[in-house]
Structure formats: structure tokens, C-alpha cells
Ligand binder design. Structure first.
Ligand SMILES: [Zn+2]
Length: 386
């Protein structure tokens, strides 16, 4: 290709254009950065130097001076809520809600955030009122989810049941298991008032809503046992095996006592043995051990523990074994008593029910975790941790 003379003119022109473009860009940048308050860069600096508290103070200054920074307001509000600085989060979002220059969508978003601040601060009445105002907006589903959370916290079970139904109709996953718990809570309240008819009705609704509601079967059995109908109580508690056998340790002792009251103790022990064969569990073992000791004496329960120890050595079974040995030997065998005392104390100190969701531990079983409010998150079997 031959280089023509005019090419020599075009090349410098391109360079010149590039230089002008760069200048324009830099000017634009400089203009923008002059519009951003210096506090913003200070904030960035603190953030990069891992000084989050000072960064926040700098960003708050930016938000005060520059009302356009809506996203910054939201980011700070969310951050305050996460850090538990709820009064600051509430002030930040309240300020946004009251601003006249925001459009409807922006105001609703701020309102939704404000509702969450109040909920986290435990100001349930105000949170409820805000979420109710959002029921006709684009935030309706999220508002309903939070309202459900509020009704559960307030133990407003009727309202919780209605809202769970609304959420399902809005296309959210089925709430059957939780709704069954709400019905069970109503049944327990009725049982406390000794209104057995209402209790029975609520338990029927729980089971209709969630066929596998173990808690409904447990309560139904209690209702029957309280009325002296042990046969019916046994039927309710035995249903747990088909619902979820992991919960058998929760009903095993009740079953054993009901069989005893009917004078059919051998049948009860046979049932516990069959459960233990099918669903090995340390709690079930412990209940069978005591049922045997109570019904047939320490000799048989000690043999059971000795065999179990040979198969799988465990501190909990050793505790049972030593208890049988110590009871058989009487007060004279000081060594066995001392050993049993030591092992028993260690087992009691380290054996708990655990929440699989948050790690909460307790000596008592809970259908709803007191720490994280999860339903059915506490495992129905105690575990030992050294
Ligand atoms: Zn929990």
C-alpha cells in the first residue's frame, strides 16, 4: 500500500481528537468529584483501613449534606439495623418516609425498611401497623411474612393461621407444618381451660392441615389419657411411628405408663423393644432400661445395659449400667457408687436437646426453639457432647 500525502495529515488529527476526548473525560470526572463531598472520600478511606465505625460517621455526614444519596441512606439504614443500632436505623428510615421529594415507590421502600426496624426493636404494634399499610403495595408478600412473624411472637394463633393461608394463596410454599403448630397451641390453651371439646377440634384441624403433625398426636394422646381412655391414648401415641419415628423417644415413656395403667406392662415393654430394634436411639434405650428396672427388676435392666455396652460403648449406657449395679449391690459397694456418681454427673452435665438451626441447647424438649423461633428445629433426641 502506498502512503499518500493526506494520510500524514489525518494521523495527527486522530491524536488531537484523542487528547481532546481525554481532557473532556477528566474535566467531567473532576466536576463529579467536586460534587461528592470530601467526607465521602474520608469514609472510603476509613473503610479501606478497616475502621468501620469512623467510616459510618463519615458517610452519615455525606447523607446529611447531600439529600440525593438515597442508596447511601438505605445502605446505612440496613447497616445500623444489622449492627443492632435500631434507634439510628429508625431515624434514618423515618426521615426518608417523611421526605416530600420522594416518589411513591421510594417512600414505600423506606416504609418497608422502617417496619423491619420496628420489628427488630420489638416494637411489635408499630411494626404491625406499618406492614398492614403495605398490604396493597408491591411489598404485600414480604409484609405478610413479617406480619405472620409478629402474630407468632404475640401468640395470636388465629391471626397466624389466617395469614399462613393468605401466604399460601399468594403462591408461597405450603405452611402446613407450621399451621399445625398454631392449631396445637390453640389446643393447649383449650386444654388449660379444660375445654376438651375445643381442644379436640383444634387437634383435628392440626392433623387435617398436616397429617404428620407429631405434636397433634402427642396432645391427642394426652387428652385421651387425662380422660382415663388409655386405650385411645396408646393409639394416638403409636401413630407417631408412621408420622416420624425420630419422635418416638418423646412418646415412649407415656406409652409405657399407659400400658402399665391398663395392666399390660409386658406388652408395653415389648413395644419399646421393637421400637429400639427398628430405630436405635440413646433416649429410647434409657426409657426401656428404666421400664425394665421398674417392671422386672434391676437384674434384667443390667443385662440389657451390659449387652448394649458390648455392642457400642457409650457413657450414657455406662451410666445406666452402673445405676443397675449400684442398686443391686446396695450401700456396701462404695466403689460402684462412686463410679456411678461420677459418670452420672458427667452425663447429666453434657447431655442436651439441641437446635439444629441455631445450636441452642436445653434439658427440656421444645417444639419451637426459644432462641431462634424455628419450629421443629430442636432434635427430638438428646445428644451428649463432651
Ligand atoms: Zn434454634
Amino acid at each position: 500500500m502506498e502512503l499518500e500525502a493526506w494520510h500524514l495529515l489525518v494521523l495527527p488529527l486522530f491524536f488531537a481528537l484523542g487528547w481532546v476526548a481525554a481532557r473532556v473525560d477528566i474535566r467531567h470526572l473532576l466536576k463529579e468529584s467536586r460534587a461528592v463531598p470530601a467526607a465521602y472520600f474520608q469514609g472510603l478511606n476509613f473503610l479501606l483501613n478497616e475502621q468501620p465505625d469512623r467510616a459510618i460517621e463519615a458517610f452519615v455526614e455525606v447523607a446529611k449534606v447531600n439529600a440525593d444519596t438515597l442508596e447511601l441512606h438505605h445502605a446505612l439504614g440496613a447497616l445500623f439495623r444489622k449492627r443492632g443500632e435500631l434507634d439510628r436505623a429508625i431515624r434514618m428510615h423515618q426521615n426518608l418516609v417523611e421526605r416530600a421529594d420522594l416518589n411513591q415507590e421510594q417512600r414505600l421502600r423506606a416504609l418497608y425498611e422502617l417496619g423491619q426496624d420496628h420489628l427488630k426493636a420489638g416494637l411489635l404494634d408499630r411494626a404491625e401497623e406499618i406492614f398492614r399499610r403495605l398490604l396493597d403495595s408491591a411489598y404485600a408478600t414480604d409484609a405478610r411474612r413479617h406480619l405472620l412473624e409478629i402474630y407468632v411472637l404475640e401468640k395470636e394463633w388465629e391471626q397466624a393461621i389466617a395469614l399462613a393461608g393468605e401466604l399460601e394463596r399468594a403462591g408461597l410454599p405450603a405452611q402446613g407444618a407450621e399451621t399445625a403448630h398454631y392449631h396445637c397451641e390453640l389446643a393447649m390453651n383449650a386444654m388449660l381451660r379444660q375445654d376438651t371439646e375445643a381442644a379436640r377440634r383444634h387437634l383435628g384441624e392440626a392433623l387435617a392441615r398436616h397429617r404428620k403433625s407429631v405434636r397433634a398426636s402427642v396432645l391427642l394422646g394426652e387428652l385421651e389419657a387425662q380422660a382415663g381412655r388409655d386405650e385411645a391414648a396408646i393409639e394416638a401415641w403409636r401413630a407417631v411411628e408412621a408420622q416420624n419415628p425420630a419422635y418416638l423417644p418423646i412418646v415412649a415413656e407415656r406409652l409405657h405408663q399407659a400400658y402399665r395403667r391398663l395392666g399390660r406392662e409386658a406388652e408395653g415393654i415389648g413395644l419399646l423393644r421393637a421400637y429400639l430394634d427398628r430405630y436405635p436411639s440413646a433416649d429410647l434405650f434409657h426409657i426401656l432400661f428404666h421400664a425394665l428396672a421398674e417392671g422386672r427388676g434391676w437384674d434384667e435392666s443390667r443385662t440389657l445395659a451390659a449387652e448394649a455396652l458390648k455392642r457400642t460403648p457409650s457413657l450414657r449406657v455406662l451410666d445406666d449400667y452402673l445405676q443397675a449395679r449400684s442398686a443391686e449391690a446396695g450401700a456396701d459397694d462404695l466403689e460402684t457408687r462412686l463410679a456411678q456418681d461420677l459418670v452420672h454427673r458427667q452425663v447429666s452435665r453434657t447431655t442436651y436437646y439441641h437446635c439444629a438451626r441455631c445450636g441452642f441447647k436445653a434439658r427440656q424438649f421444645f417444639w419451637q426453639c426459644p432462641a431462634c423461633a424455628g419450629w421443629d428445629s430442636v432434635a427430638p433426641e438428646r445428644t451428649q457432647h463432651d
